[in-house]
Ligand binder design. Structure first.
Ligand SMILES: Nc1ncnc2c1ncn2[C@@H]1O[C@H](COP(=O)(O)OP(=O)(O)OP(=O)(O)O)[C@@H](O)[C@H]1O
Ligand SMILES: [Mg+2]
Length: 382
């Protein structure tokens, strides 16, 4: 899955790269077209000037040619009045103007054609630049989407994967817990009971032999064994789920729990500031107990602290729990493979819409701040 995450990242990077390149290319096309547009525009201005000039020239020539033709027709009507030389001159002149006029009109036509072509080309260039600009805008949107929103997809997939892994780990942890329990039952109460069985047979025999003193002594030792077994069984039951939680409620259960830890850690202080004596809904009491239990366990297991403090403050609107120790602290960015305590705490808190802040720095102790909102429905008055 880690690999898949990376593959997806890679694909997204590639897509972003490709889209970025396309954007640059389209931008370049737009720039080239803009340059060509400017050039052609200048050319068009010159061309328009030329067209004007050539039209003027043509008009001028036409006027001259008309005058020459008039002259020619007059000379032709009265040709006996003119010398042959004069006639030829008038004729040549008319002919000259006529052909010059033809050439100029041809030139005008060619220039006009080129002008119209240029105008068409300019229009299509203009449209192309517009389209390219619009395309660059659209590509930018896609690019943003890819590099911002789409990136979150990887995170989402990663989260979902972590949740799934977490589910599997919970099952594993449950199995491990069962294994531990069966071992504890086997090594503790089961063995003690077998021992008691044996011892009671000894009592039976000594009693039959009439050795009362030994029988009484044996009975005393059996009683001690029964007491120890009872303690063990109670402890195991308590670890499974403190019955006191249902019977007595959260605060007495926490106090009882802390008192069972006295031999493991003598300085655990509990401070309760509950402003009313109502009970919380069962899932809240269980969650709070487990949160406090895990935090205390962590402080005992990892912190090497002199003292551990639990502050509980319950009002009608919310519960605040602060668990602090003055131990060695830890770096929260370093994730441990087989550690589920804190992840489990987070899950429980999330389910109740609460939040948790852990303040811990190596060498400076740890302070866990938990806040869970309450409302009328979660509080049961006695
Ligand atoms: N109060 C603390 N002081 C120092 N280090 C801590 C404390 N609480 C947690 N840690 C560190 O954070 C790690 C993760 O804690 P977490 O409760 O998630 O797992 P764990 O205690 O190692 O195992 P698990 O709770 O699953 O039995 C611990 O292994 C420990 O290194
Ligand atoms: Mg733990």
């Amino acid at each position: 899955m880690e690999n898949n995450d990376r593959t997806l990242d890679y694909i997204i990077e590639e897509m972003i790269d490709t889209v970025k390149n396309s954007k640059d290319e389209v931008f370049e096309i737009a720039e080239d077209s803009r340059k060509e547009y400017d050039q052609l525009n200048q050319e068009l201005a010159i061309l328009k000037d030329d067209v004007g000039t050539v039209i003027e020239e043509g008009d001028h020539l036409e006027a001259k040619s008309n005058i020459a033709r008039q002259k020619l027709s007059e000379v032709s009507k009265n040709f006996h009045q003119y010398s042959e030389l004069k006639i030829k001159k008038v004729y040549d002149e008319a002919h000259q103007y006529q052909s010059e006029l033809l050439v100029t009109r041809d030139k005008e036509r060619a220039l006009r054609k080129r002008r119209d072509e240029l105008e068409l080309r300019l229009k299509s260039l203009e449209q192309m630049v517009e389209r390219a600009d619009r395309l660059v805008g659209k590509i930018s949107v896609v690019l943003n989407y890819l590099s911002e929103d789409f990136k979150n997809v990887t995170d989402l997939i990663h989260d979902a994967h972590e949740k799934q892994q977490f589910g599997l780990k919970i099952i594993e942890a449950q199995e491990e817990e069962r294994r531990r329990l069966s071992r504890e039952m086997h090594d503790g109460p089961a063995q003690m009971l077998a021992n008691i069985m044996l011892r009671s047979e000894i009592v039976d025999r000594t009693y039959k032999k009439g050795d009362m003193d030994s029988a009484v002594k044996e009975m005393r030792s059996i009683r001690k064994m029964i007491r120890d077994s009872l303690y063990e069984v109670r402890r195991i039951i308590y670890d499974l789920r403190p019955m006191a939680l249902d019977d007595l409620g959260l605060i007495p259960t926490i106090k009882k729990y802390i008192s069972t830890l006295e031999d493991k850690h003598p300085n655990i202080y509990f401070n309760n500031k509950q402003s009313h004596d109502a009970r919380l809904a069962s899932q809240y009491e269980v969650a709070l107990f487990r949160l406090i239990q895990e935090s205390i366990q962590n402080a005992i297991k990892h912190a090497e602290a002199d003292s551990i403090k639990v502050d509980l403050d319950i009002t009608c609107q919310r519960v605040i729990v602060i668990i602090s120790d003055n131990g060695k602290g830890f770096d929260q960015t370093q994730k441990k493979e087989k550690s589920f305590g804190i992840i489990g705490m987070q899950e429980r808190i999330e389910m109740l819409d609460g939040n948790m802040k852990i303040n811990s720095k190596v060498g400076q102790g740890t302070k866990i701040h938990i806040k869970i909102p309450l409302n009328q429905e979660n509080i049961h008055t006695k």
